[in-house]
Design a protein around this ligand. Structure first.
Ligand code: NAD
Length: 312
């Protein structure tokens, strides 16, 4: 059978599926919730995580022993991993995705990584007969849980269209940004604002509380005033102001300080290459790095509030 015929058969099979074969690698704070939505909306999902408890945290999936095993026969192979080096290892390593992935299958990386690393992954995919999209997300664990994430997609338009129905099982917005790596550019721009507004919200609420304001009342005022942001109205950093957010659970889970610091480092590199100054981004980066040096690495990034309180 010629390659082109194989490809045609493969594409036809993909188009006629109801549930696609999805592989998902990295079931942490985000990945586990994304997979839960895929499964509840009818997708057949094979998963792999280096931490066995993470892989077994979601019901109704097939647990695999390697990325290679998960990728075998999958139409769509997702990664949701801490950084670009891990994504690359997961692709190229011993028993990596590349050993198992089918010809012409789509590899979709939803981790936040450097745009150039995404371009490198896209090149590897092209040279090895499969396709690649960068599709980082925004919305945090609350968005992942509710299936309301925003996907920012870089790569070929037709590939983005093909996977869109699957993305919409995990999110409610899918933006095609441009060529490979542009999803990551959009994501870094967003997270630059997020990192800064979280610090601003923590500074403001800490000052208000120290001056005697009730944090719930102060939050209610801010949320209908010009200081409002996602950090104040959806992910408030003061314990007890909102239920079901990491600040009300000792800053456990959520978006780790180490991850927002990573995103700011990526944004600084990207900004340097473009000659764009990032004065507040640089200060924010150093504040999160100071938190890491003080043992807050694995806490949710809203822990800036506790740090500014000066209790530890
Ligand atoms: P996390 O640390 O909670 O989860 C990462 C998972 O990857 C863990 O379960 C870990 O065991 C697994 N893992 C690590 N190395 C692995 C490997 N070699 N093979 C297989 N599994 C491996 O991280 P997260 O908060 O879920 O974030 C994942 C990605 O999404 C990051 O790139 C982050 O920047 C991005 N992101 C996070 C949030 C958030 O709010 N947490 C929001 C948007 C984007």
């Amino acid at each position: 059978m010629s390659f082109s015929h194989t490809t045609r058969v493969f594409v036809r099979t993909f188009q006629h599926r109801n549930a696609s074969n999805v592989a998902f690698i990295g079931l942490g704070q985000m990945g586990a919730r994304m997979v839960k939505n895929l499964v509840s909306k009818g997708e057949k999902v094979k998963v792999f995580d280096v931490v066995p408890q993470a892989a077994s945290s979601v019901q109704g999936v097939t647990i695999c022993n390697s990325p290679e095993e998960a990728a075998k026969d999958a139409c769509f192979v997702f990664t949701m991993l801490p950084n670009g080096h891990i994504v690359k290892d997961t692709l190229l390593g011993d028993k990596g995705i590349m050993k198992g992935i089918s010809n012409n299958a789509l590899f979709i990386d939803s981790s936040t990584i450097e745009p150039q690393q995404s371009q490198e992954l896209g090149k590897i995919a092209k040279e090895n007969g499969f396709r690649f999209l960068d599709a980082p997300v925004s919305g945090g664990v609350t968005g992942a849980e509710a299936g309301t994430l925003t996907f920012m997609v870089g790569g070929e338009d037709k590939d983005a269209e093909e996977v869109k129905p699957v993305l919409l099982k995990m999110g409610k917005n899918v933006f095609k940004c441009g060529g490979t790596g542009t999803g990551q550019i959009a994501k870094l721009c967003n997270n630059l604002i997020l990192a800064i507004t979280m610090i601003g919200t923590c500074e403001s609420l800490n000052m208000g509380v120290k001056l005697g304001m009730d944090p719930k009342l102060l939050t209610s005022i801010i949320n209908v005033s010009t200081g409002r942001s996602w950090s104040s109205d959806t992910y408030n950093p003061v314990p007890g102001v909102m239920p079901n957010v990491p600040s009300s659970n000792q800053y456990k889970g959520g978006f780790g300080v180490s991850l927002i610091a990573k995103d700011l480092a990526l944004a600084e590199n990207a900004a340097l290459s473009a000659g764009a100054p990032l004065p507040l981004g640089a200060i924010s980066h150093q504040l999160y790095r100071t938190l890491i040096a003080n043992g807050y690495s694995d806490k949710d990034f809203a822990v800036v509030y506790e740090f500014l309180q000066g209790k530890k």
